[in-house]
Design a binder for this molecule. Sequence first.
Ligand code: DI6
Ligand code: FE
Length: 412
Amino acid sequence: MPEAVLWRNAHIATFCGDKPYGWIEHGAMVTQGDRVHWIGGMNDLPVQRGMSFAAEHDLGGACVTPGLIDCHTHLVYAGSRAREFELRLQGASYEEIARAGGGIRSTVMATRAATEAELLALAVPRARALMSEGVTTLEVKSGYGLSEAHEARLLRVARRIAQGLPITVRTTFLGAHAIPPEFEGRADDYVNAVCEWMPRLKAAGLIDAVDAFCERIGFSADQTRRVFESATALDLPVKLHAEQLSDQQGAALAAGFKALSCDHLEYLSDTGVAALAAAGTVAVLLPGAYYFLRETQLPPVAALRAAGVPIALATDHNPGSSPTLSPLLMMNMACTLFRMTPEEAWRGFTLNAARALGLSAGYGVLQNGSRADFAVWNADHPRDLVYRFGHHPLRRLIAAGADITCATERTA
Ligand code: DI6
Ligand code: FE
């Protein structure tokens, strides 16, 4: 039995129960190993019932939340797209740049040219930057390799992030992200190849879920369906980059496969909303890409809310459409740009994000038996952290019951 550790004198957002934020004023927690053993009010501490602790931490009245879960990132890649940013500022669109061979493809070239060690050395500081804003779980998509060997390498790097840092990493195979140059004009052949690689990548333990980019500049609904059929045959859950730049009815297609999530969704229709609601699929909104691409079509937040679709948020960190590493800024943008509430933004980066990754019930909440993943903040209440932006309010970060604050130092 691991020893019990007491964390006392905190105000805790548990995201459990009916209260806003699942708030516990003047609370305390007992952790045991990687689990929360007990959580409640200071007055109900089990010490009163004779429990003793190997260590005791006074949190000084700080606000505590579950560790953040960034459920959509493209964290492993090489190269920069700053030049493309300049071109877009001069009037070129994201789609035009992609069609001219830039965009995702230019990152594929840079990523293929890097070694595995170089890719890891680039990815780790990015993960640390996310941790410095409270992230204890993150998802990493492949999709900048686009050959079996290069995709495998990228997914291996994603797995190695979690070997070097004390966080949870989930990997998503996004082979159907773009058509690589060697398959130019042969999109269907490329989809066949992606479907052939999938069982081997799965057997190597590299995939937790499968994603695709269903878009005019990506893959058609039919091609996406073939990717999903292969994933389903392997018992792998699916997710989709859907309705980001146009309505391809990707969300309805994904819902038919009981997708864990559909992501972006600016161009989601009412039928798409109804399909997500019926399937229990999470809507992952990505304010960073909306902002950075100067999109003006808002995702249908009110309709999603009315239909009871769980809404998650993520950074979508990638070099082309969302080069941010700030989940807190994403929460602020979700409120200012998408008119979400601060509490919705928090649920979006905690329990709904866990659901978007198909994680077990113990992630994204704080309750008896949940993961002991939590952040201690220089703030009185979680809403303060959404209201401010450009701050660095993290005081301590705990993952699997261990203090990992020192691993959050930004090294780049
Ligand atoms: N949509 C996105 O926003 C990212 N991928 C995708 O399918 C962008 C990827 C990139 O531009 O490199
Ligand atoms: Fe993305």
